[in-house]
Design a protein around this ligand. Sequence first.
Ligand code: URC
Length: 300
Amino acid sequence: MVIRLGANQYGKAEVRVVAVDRSGPQHSLVDLTVSSSLRGDFAAAHTDGDNAHVLATDTQKNTVLAFARDGVGPPEAFGLRLARHLAGAYGWISGARVAVDSHGWDRITVGGQPHGHAFRRDGGEVRTAVVTVDGDGSGADAHVLAGLRDLVVLKTTGSEFWGFPRDRYTTLAETRERILATAVTARWRYTVTDLDWDAAFGTVRTALLETFAATHSLALQQTLYAMGEAALERCPEVAEVRLSMPNRHHFLADLSAFGLDNPDVVYVAADRPYGLIEGTVLRDDVPPAEVAWLGTPGFC
Ligand SMILES: O=c1[nH]c(=O)c2[nH]c(=O)[nH]c2[nH]1
């Protein structure tokens, strides 16, 4: 029997970095959580404790902070800079993955005027980017995923669920009227590495939101597909969209014990369990790039 080291990667997870631009009277800030992972020949560190190939995770953290000194820009661009640098740092490093979560802040309004240096955290939604450089960081081997998570949406009508099979365990009533609510996690893969990242992100996010609202839903699965389809239609640089959408069930409350009817007014917002609807929508004329998704946990 031979025991050997299999796939491995290592890096610094969740470096929290806030970079402030004070160059004008209206300050701006970016608030990031950055995780780096390196792939390559690190066998000796595992088998012999030989750290000659180990770019310390502390160094990786410092690199994140140092790179933020020069301005950050969109998370995709920051991830590309970092991943290219890390992948090219030493010959034994064969690739780098950098994940960047961007936390939004809104300017506080005082007396109707946007304040220059006071901000309010803008809810739970997070913009995400994952850059993978497979190779020495020089170019064509880079992949960019953009995305978002915890985009919480709800519609009060335009959602039905019926026509599903019934067996001896089925109790769910068919419905032609229900609340549809979810917290969208989405990641999409670009076919390019040079793009107006903020504009493309805005296009896809708007496509997701508008389609959630506009689709008369017969199932969350149908809404998911329509959202992915709209993203691909509106952003030609996107090859595939992966979506994970928990069905945040809202059950009509039974008020009959109180002698009250309930004509679609009062709902119990259930916490768990929840349906979990996940899917990929993709162009079939673009080659897959599984390396872009390596290390991305869960469905997307
Ligand atoms: O949109 C839905 N899809 C399902 O698969 C499902 N299953 C369920 O119980 N409710 C729902 N709703």
